[in-house]
Design a protein around this ligand. Structure first.
Ligand code: BGC
Length: 414
């Protein structure tokens, strides 16, 4: 554990009926441990320290946060919750229902969050009318990343349909290049699966299947086609894909060993941290199909004792939604700000595309929560789907069997 120590007395009044003098303290549980992620979280650590806070770092490695969530449960069960936790989507409300979360409404109201956050994002941060989490960003999940030089050398362009993707992958494979850099971890399989599903099912089909858990949508012919495409993709990953971390897959695209990666824009954070330039060294495009799968990182504050920790929670919540932090953090992280009033002038072309597509899909009704990143469903339901996706990807299961298993798994998880 790292400690950033600073001693400064800060007057804390927000959210506390009695004005107290306390030194803000926070033990922060998160899973930002890759190169780009560590650079990003350092921005928050520095701002916290610069404002008189003492940060105790509790990083739990593991992309997608599964290991972090296991660590969180153990800490809460032992009666020793961390002060602040990277927590997303319906898991926020699940912890609220367990009575574990602190109310940060006083900060939210003092800072006018309601005026600067889109309603779709704010909704995830509310628990029965109170504010129970602070949003950091908007990550888009449905992206393809590519090595620009590899595509050019092989006469391949960024695919805009799955057929084009498959044709490009075959050409690259014949040229001895790994078409798809992938890490065989359940959450990465789920990430690729939901991007394919959005493309093949369309926005309405995706919503019915993975937000509403509609049985007809889960067992449709289109869902069979989604698993067919997953089987094709399985044929385009290398032999050593099992267990590989997502950032190592990104590195394979960076060094030209592989051509493409299907991954959320935290992958861009890796390219940028390695000094790579979008449009020159690497390319970004949304995966084939319409719509936008959003994944909003946020922090929830857990019930803890001590004025110093409560002061830490208030300071953190305030900084996280602060304008400067939202800009600098997201320039590093690969995402775009959650706030609507942060200028994107310093952001790159991929971020601009993300912001434009987000606005257009919000208008057109195709802005959708990511199931694979815990934005759409409760944990048990999302886990049931991912188990099937992974079982199919790692076996020779037919698409028809996968669809049947999917419908059963979802029914049993409710
Ligand atoms: C988080 C990102 C993180 C990624 C890989 C996602 O679920 O939202 O912030 O970079 O997992 O760990």
């Amino acid at each position: 554990m790292r400690r950033i120590t600073l001693t400064a007395l800060v007057a804390v009044t927000l959210g506390n009926p009695v004005s107290v003098l306390a030194e803000p303290q926070a033990e922060v549980l998160h899973w930002w441990t890759s190169g780009g992620e560590a650079k990003s979280v350092a921005v928050l650590q520095q701002e916290f320290a610069a404002n008189g806070g003492t940060w105790t770092d509790m990083p739990v490695a593991g992309g997608g946060g599964d290991a972090a969530m296991t660590a969180l449960r153990a800490r809460v069960l032992s009666g020793n919750a961390p002060t602040a936790v990277q927590l997303k989507g319906p898991a926020i409300q699940e912890w609220y229902e367990e009575g574990a979360l602190a109310d940060i409404s006083a900060v939210a109201e003092a800072e006018g969050w309601v005026d600067v956050l889109p309603a779709s994002i704010a909704g995830h941060m509310r628990c029965e009318g109170t504010w129970c989490a602070a949003p950091v960003n908007v990550h888009r999940v449905d992206w393809i990343w590519a090595n620009a030089g590899v595509l050019e050398a092989n006469g391949v362009s960024m695919p805009s349909t799955w057929e084009e993707f498959n044709a490009a992958a075959e050409k690259l494979q014949a040229a001895g290049i790994i078409p798809l850099a992938h890490g065989g971890q359940a959450w990465q399989d789920a990430t690729v699966f939901e991007a394919v599903a959005l493309g093949i099912l369309g926005a309405d089909g995706f919503r019915k299947a993975f937000v509403e858990l509609d049985e007809n949508a889960l067992t449709s012919d289109a869902m069979v086609a989604v698993f067919d495409q997953m089987r094709i993709l399985r044929g385009h990953v290398d032999r050593n894909f099992s267990g590989r971390d997502w950032n190592l897959a990104t590195a394979m695209v960076m060094n030209g060993e592989a051509a493409f990666q299907i991954m959320g824009d935290w992958a861009k954070g890796e390219f940028l941290a390695a000094g790579k330039v979008p449009g020159e060294d690497f390319l970004c495009a949304s995966t084939p199909g319409d719509g936008f799968l959003y994944n909003v990182d946020s922090f929830a504050m857990f019930n803890v004792d001590g004025d110093d920790k409560r002061a830490g929670q208030e300071l953190l919540a305030k900084l996280i939604v602060g304008k400067n932090f939202q800009k600098v953090f997201n320039l590093n992280k690969g995402s775009i700000p959650a706030r609507t009033d942060v200028s994107l002038d310093e952001f790159d072309s991929c971020a601009h595309l993300s912001a434009e597509d987000m606005a257009a899909s919000s208008e057109g009704g195709s802005l959708l929560p990511s199931y694979a990143h815990g934005m759409a469903l409760r944990g048990a339901q999302a886990g049931a789907i991912t188990d099937v996706v992974t079982a199919h990807f790692n076996s020779d299961m037919s698409s028809a069997d996968a669809v049947e298993m999917l419908a059963n798994a979802v029914a049993n998880s409710m």
